[in-house]
Design a protein around this ligand. Structure first.
Ligand code: FMN
Length: 328
């Protein structure tokens, strides 16, 4: 399946594994890239730019296929040396960067000077238009269904994707709520050039997280996510658990008086890290998308990618072709 995205990134299949804090390490990234998709290392999972440089080298030792690095630019309690992370990526020889959060504009000169292609993750049409204007080579369009930060507009992919297709010219992938062949075909029909998946890739053999987390996602249905931090206008879609319940309860109680300090104890990223390491799924907040309702197994990345592509070709070549009377 050739699309503008497979051509742009030099990959076999139009399937990307989005950056995931604590999850996007060399094991998963190399497995996705070896499967013919695009694996993405999560830059800030590495505590320092030097550690990221080592993780990039480790990934290179595990795959000779293209892979990318995610740089998530968000306000944080402790300042992050973003330019140093960008410099390390540029010097490493990695040729694709996924940016997310704030506009990547300040770092574009660094990336472009190193011949890096930039794909920026956006949750609205206006942000996709801006990303194209500042020189991004592609966009990843994250609908309301997605794990992590869906933005504040609450527009699901069914509307967001074709609206974006009508407004930008660079290639884009559909993100948020994708996990199987039906999703891939739908994304292509809506104007996207491929799909980006987070939650689905957490439930693979190579994802470096505790089996209890994968099993909780397999057991979950489509109602098992919650939106936290709505009151702070920094909405997060997370797996429904005791801590997410607690955060939402505090948000309701405090209403307009809510301050970030009221939630800090529960929102700590370190708690989420412990969930992935120890497998106590109620220990902290961790991102997951509505697609958990369609995740029923824990395959290898190679099996997952080849299954999605084979079934998508089947849907296009048989089911849809039968409808139009063009089946071979
Ligand atoms: C556990 C987890 C951590 C994530 N961390 C990040 C991150 O650090 N930066 C980022 O840009 N996106 C992050 N995401 C979002 C994914 O890259 C992707 O956009 C999202 O998962 C797509 O929705 P889906 O889960 O329905 O496939 C994360 C997602 C998950 C599930």
């Amino acid at each position: 399946m050739k699309t503008r995205i497979t051509e742009l990134f030099g990959i076999e299949h139009p399937i990307i594994q989005g950056g995931m804090q604590w999850v996007g390490r060399a094991e998963l990234v190399s497995a996705v890239s070896n499967a013919g998709g695009l694996g993405i290392l999560t830059g800030l999972t590495q505590p320092t730019p030097e550690d990221l440089s080592k993780e990039i080298a480790r990934t290179k030792g595990m795959t000779d296929k293209p892979f990318a690095v995610n740089l998530t630019i968000l306000p944080t309690l402790r300042p992050v040396p973003y330019q140093e992370y960008a410099d390390v990526i540029a010097e490493s020889g990695v040729k694709i960067v996924e940016t997310a959060g704030r506009s990547p504009e300040p770092y574009m000169p660094t990336f472009k000077a190193a011949g890096i292609k930039v794909i920026h993750k956006c949750t609205s049409v206006r942000h996709s238009v801006k990303a194209e204007a500042v020189g991004c080579d592609a966009v990843s369009v994250d609908g309301f269904e997605c794990a992590g930060h869906p933005g504040e507009d609450d527009i699901p992919g069914l509307i967001l994707l074709p609206c974006t297709a009508d407004k930008i010219s660079v290639p884009f992938v559909a993100s948020g709520g994708f996990g199987d062949a039906r999703g891939l075909v739908a994304a292509l029909a809506l104007g996207a050039d491929g799909i980006n998946m987070g939650s689905r890739f957490m439930c693979t053999k190579e994802a470096p997280i505790h089996d209890n987390v994968k099993q909780a996602m397999v057991n979950a249905d489509e109602r098992n996510t919650q939106l936290t931090n709505r009151t702070l206008r920094n909405t997060s879609r997370v797996f429904k658990n005791a801590i997410a319940d607690k955060v939402i309860e505090i948000e309701r109680e405090k209403g307009a008086d809510l301050k970030i300090e009221d939630l800090a104890e529960y929102l700590s990223g370190q708690r989420g890290k412990v969930v992935f390491e120890d497998g106590n799924v109620d220990h902290g907040i961790w991102s997951a998308g509505m697609i958990v309702g369609l995740i029923n197994d824990v395959p290898s990345c190679a099996d997952l990618v080849s299954r999605i592509v084979a079934e998508a070709e089947d849907i296009i070549g048989k089911r849809l072709a039968n409808l139009t009377g063009t089946a071979a």
